[in-house]
Design a protein around this ligand. Structure first.
Ligand code: SF4
Ligand code: SF4
Length: 55
């Protein structure tokens, strides 16, 4: 199971810089996690100001 970004995302970009494998990028409506690349490390979740990242 990969981590997931919800509609609570305000596109601040802080999570993308924390991902060790570059799995987070800006999507059409908000930032997105590439489920195939995500290692489930949880580093992104701790940086999100709106708790938009779910395990
Ligand atoms: S859980 Fe880790 S590997 Fe997955 S998107 Fe977040 S920082 Fe990247
Ligand atoms: S840290 Fe949270 S609000 Fe900021 S881009 Fe990532 S998911 Fe969106």
């Amino acid at each position: 199971m990969a981590y997931k970004i919800t509609d609570e995302c305000i596109s601040c970009g802080s999570c993308a810089g924390e991902c060790p494998v570059g799995a987070i990028s800006e999507g059409a409506n908000h930032f997105e996690i590439d489920a195939d690349a995500c290692l489930d490390c949880g580093a992104c979740q701790a940086t999100c100001p709106t708790n938009a990242i779910e395990a």
